[in-house]
Design a protein. Sequence first.
Length: 384
Amino acid sequence: MRETWVVGAASTRFGRLAETAREAATRVAIEAIRDAGLEPRQIDHTFVANCFGLTEHQGHLGPLVNNGLGIPDVPSMTVESACSSSSAALHEAFVHVAGGFADAALVVGAERVSHLDTVTATGFFAFGADYPFETRNGATFPGLYATLAGAYRAEFRTTPEMLGAIAVKNHANAARNPNAHFQKEISLQTYLDSPMVASPLRLYDCCPFSDGAAAVVVASPEVHRRPPTEPLVVRASARAGAVTALQDRSELLGLPSSRLAAAKAFRQARMEPRSIGFAEVHDCFTIAEVLALEDLGFFPRGTAARESLEGTTARDGKLPVNPSGGLKAKGHPVAATGAGQVVEIFEQVNGRAGGRSVPNTQTALAHNVGATGGSCSVHIFARR
Ligand SMILES: CC(C)(COP(=O)(O)OP(=O)(O)OC[C@H]1O[C@@H](n2cnc3c(N)ncnc32)[C@H](O)[C@@H]1OP(=O)(O)O)[C@@H](O)C(=O)NCCC(=O)NCCS
């Protein structure tokens, strides 16, 4: 395998876009290629993630992005892997560049859902669960993650304050991120006073419905020796799967695909969880951040919620987690989320993260889950 770098990154603000997913995807693609100091014609392959294009009457975004870039003859792949779509696209780009099938590849994730009301969006999102067993029987993602939160609470006696600490932290980080959906801090009391959505999850336990687009350029240093920015060396790109329906899992105290992908990634990178400087993890609900931190091996099972309450995962804590604001507050434009996590890591490493900068940017991890873990990607990055 060849060494592979992330050499450019760009993102829209997450929240509400005036443009279509296709237009936003094309815009960030142009910006990321420019950030990498490349021309569109130097891209050998594009990987474009999108889940809900059909609600905008537009599927097959890959070639359309290439059309917009003026490279219609370049191959593209449109990737759907629920909320882990653009990290799956990044994995494909990595495989192409590391394997020598491309010298430079573009990864884009884009989503627009703000034209859908909450009930309609909830219904569309739930198609990412197991339809006959979950969705058709009324399950939604807030409901499924509430099931996980309930199981965890029964075993480890988590308090509302522990989950609330995660929401407060991620909102505080997002308040320092000009690309975040929510740019306001919240207090623990605001969290505790917020309405119940699916017990035990309250409004501030949930990510919002966001529009957004994010792009990164992956290249081999063999051909792109001096990028204008500090590249991220891809030390690991790992994916794993799991039984999709929660009812068929042997336990609910974590996501098996997160555990598997993490184990593969740390093996590939020849690293241990303790060598990671900061992490962007998949916190679609606050309980998901707790499960992620344990599945990734940062904390023993049953302890991550308490660590969050004690500030271990704050920006100035021992392991900063979701300095971007995470899905909870930066927002969750489904197919753009995984690429957005890598954009954040790129911004941190390049000193472009302003007031949300973390102290140690030598190594970072991105963790992106599809639905309740039917798919999962873990990427580990390091400075040159
Ligand atoms: C939590 C949820 C049900 C709230 O939806 P809603 O009740 O229709 O909320 P609205 O869109 O009417 O917004 C009402 C207010 O709450 C705010 N809000 C909405 N969702 C929010 C969230 N997740 N966190 C914080 N504030 C939120 C809105 O900004 C709005 O504030 P304003 O009155 O100051 O403008 C919805 O955001 C949701 O389902 N989120 C989960 C999405 C999901 O499942 N994604 C997939 C994960 S796997």
